[in-house]
Design a protein around this ligand. Sequence first.
Ligand SMILES: *[C@@H]1O[C@H](CO)[C@@H](O)[C@H](O)[C@H]1NC(C)=O
Ligand SMILES: *[C@@H]1O[C@H](CO)[C@@H](O)[C@H](O)[C@H]1NC(C)=O
Length: 279
Amino acid sequence: MWPLVLTLVVATTGAYGAEVCPGLKTMYLPPQCINDRDKCPQNSTLEPASKVCNMCDGCTAYIQKDGECEPTSGISCKPGYECDEQELKCVAKSCSCQYKADNSYYKSWTPRCDGFDYAPVQCKGEKPTGRCFCFDKKGNRIFGEQLWANAENMTCACSRQVQELQDQGRKDVTLHCNEQGNYEELQCDDGLCWCAEEKTGKPISQILPENMMIMLPCYDKLNVGSAYLRQCESLLIAQKKIEIEMAAHNSRNPNFPYVNCELDGSYGAVQQDGNQYVN
Ligand SMILES: *[C@@H]1O[C@H](CO)[C@@H](O)[C@H](O)[C@H]1NC(C)=O
Ligand SMILES: *[C@@H]1O[C@H](CO)[C@@H](O)[C@H](O)[C@H]1NC(C)=O
């Protein structure tokens, strides 16, 4: 493995140097196949292979906060900042996570940002006693939490995916997230089931039609039984089907209170009872 990687790096250094990739407005440092963010030189950040001229993951130079920039120069501002065309400085947009982090927008904690967006896992308090929560990109709390001390494997990737699918208009998402917002082992959605890697949701088995679920290695008869959907979820999905059916016949929206299910399929803490919320 190593000799091959080294040859590739040496062979392409000449053509590549610190030049701008074709079609990309970013200055890259000389190619270095690096897969650890912490190994990038100061004032540079790790970018995936697709952005580093398709060769390997590597570091790209950036300008610091308030540093002078030129919108057309091709060198990027630090992640989370952009070149203000009037001031010609790298600034954070006022609606971005980075702006809120820089300006102590929250009194008791500083958000972690992924570029302009909120990072999926946000922790508050001190590590020994604090808690971590799942957030969407815009900074809203979503399903999933964990003690900070136990949060090393928490990704919130499942909660994020469910939220994003629902925002795209899908009403019948049935992915199951565990209490820290990661993927449960067995997943079924849209008629298909598979065993998922907990942190990423990537299939680690065949993908089978739902009626063949019991053949999956992660299927656990005691925990799952014959139906993937949990009680709360099956009720909710049935309600949604009635709604879709009634809409097809031009009927008014059904006037029943929807059940509130958590993403692990259990009943939510808050249920709507008529027009009132009860705990
Ligand atoms: C990184 O940026 C800071 C602030 O702009 C600057 O003072 C420092 O010299 C830079 N470091 C390197 C290695 O370029
Ligand atoms: C995190 O994952 C690793 C590897 O699967 C495991 O050994 C470790 O116990 C996990 N940590 C927690 C807090 O669950």
